[in-house]
Design a protein around this ligand. Structure first.
Ligand code: 1HN
Length: 340
């Protein structure tokens, strides 16, 4: 609040300048503390899955560019965003369907939830995807998806489209055909970037050149470290997905993580300026976010907006994926966190 003396002359002054597109800073009412208008929220898989299947009867991939249900923050209806900085969708693709090739300025990540037999094609390479895999679609890369299996496949889409919107830099383009030509061999990205090796002439771009971070390898790393080292008081065993090209995050904007919480784990409350979306890969438990307890099960999604403290409790062994805007916040020097 302003400490300026509110004289009648000052009130007249403030009124006079409004029509000139001017507003006195000393009358500003917006918060100067961390946090956002967004609220914590929880979507249960048991509620989500039937609606995804229902959408399959009503709309096809020929009609819809992508069959995606957007998870919107209750405080931002109509925005398409789950938090100030992040988009979250759930996409379902049926056997035989193709989601046509296009590209756009937002970066996208996928976290695979259910089903086998789907692929994504990115920059001329097809990558088969399985539950628990973390998939990178760099910005402006052509991408199409298909399901050559026998059942539906569901994944979570995470995009940094709030950033392109903020900057007025949202561009998109449809590919002239339904699918892009596959000019790379399946496995090229994994071979070139997935073994702590890099092509000798590799030049780092924006997003990670490693298209798939397979679940089995992530789990193996978490389980090994759980046996060999002490748990973090808030996060259990938590690893971040690294961009092999620079050791930083998979995207210039978004960070992604996987954590393991052993059965009985009671985490200490923690808060951060990051906006974080969680997806429960395995297990059940509860999380208290800004004073509200959400009981979660496998495949549930919840959001912890900036500066909302959160603490986990694991009823059984839990493996939890998350992504946040930490990469952008660190690049800009904004990121803070705090153990409570
Ligand atoms: C998109 O291109 C995909 O390629 C998914 O699967 C979700 C949400 C907003 C804008 C583009 C995809 C999207 C999207």
């Amino acid at each position: 609040m302003s400490t300026a003396a509110h004289t009648p002359e000052l009130a007249v002054f403030s009124k006079d300048i409004k029509s000139m597109g001017l507003n006195p800073l000393w009358e500003r009412t917006v918060s100067q503390k961390p946090g956002s208008p967004c609220v914590p929220n929880h979507w249960k898989w048991d509620d989500l899955r039937p609606q995804l299947l229902r959408s399959c009867d009503l709309i096809g991939t020929k009609d819809a560019d992508r069959r995606v249900l957007m998870l919107e923050n209750p405080q931002m209806p109509g925005s398409s965003f789950i938090a100030n900085t992040l988009f979250t969708g759930l996409q379902i693709i049926l056997p035989g369907e193709i989601a046509a090739a296009h590209r756009h300025t937002p970066n996208a990540l996928r976290f695979v939830v259910e089903g086998e037999g789907a692929y994504t094609a990115v920059n001329g390479e097809r990558v088969m995807i399985s539950p628990g895999d973390f998939i990178v679609t760099p910005n402006w890369a052509w991408h199409d998806h298909g399901n050559i299996g026998t059942g539906p496949v569901v994944w979570m889409d995470g995009l940094d489209s709030a950033f392109t919107k903020f900057f007025g830099a949202t561009f998109r383009e449809d590919y002239p055909g339904e699918t892009q030509p596959l000019y790379r061999t399946e496995g090229d990205s994994a071979a070139a970037f997935g073994s702590a090796l890099l092509p000798v002439d590799y030049v780092q771009g924006g997003a990670s050149p490693l298209l798939k971070y397979p679940y089995a390898r992530t789990l193996e790393a978490l389980h090994h470290l759980h046996k060999s080292q002490a748990l973090h008081a808030s996060h259990g065993v938590k690893l971040r997905y690294a961009n092999p090209g620079n050791g930083k995050y998979p995207f210039p904007t978004m960070a992604a993580f996987m954590q393991f919480l052993p059965k009985g784990f009671e985490g200490k409350p923690w808060r951060t300026t990051e906006n974080i979306v969680f997806n429960v890969a395995e297990g059940s438990g509860s999380v208290v976010i800004a004073g509200t307890r959400f009981a979660f099960s496998q495949h549930d999604i919840f959001v912890a907006p900036s500066w909302c403290d959160f603490a986990f409790r694991a009823n059984e062994d839990c493996v939890i994926f998350s992504y946040s805007d930490r990469a952008a916040q660190e690049a800009m020097g904004f990121h803070r966190d705090d153990e409570l």
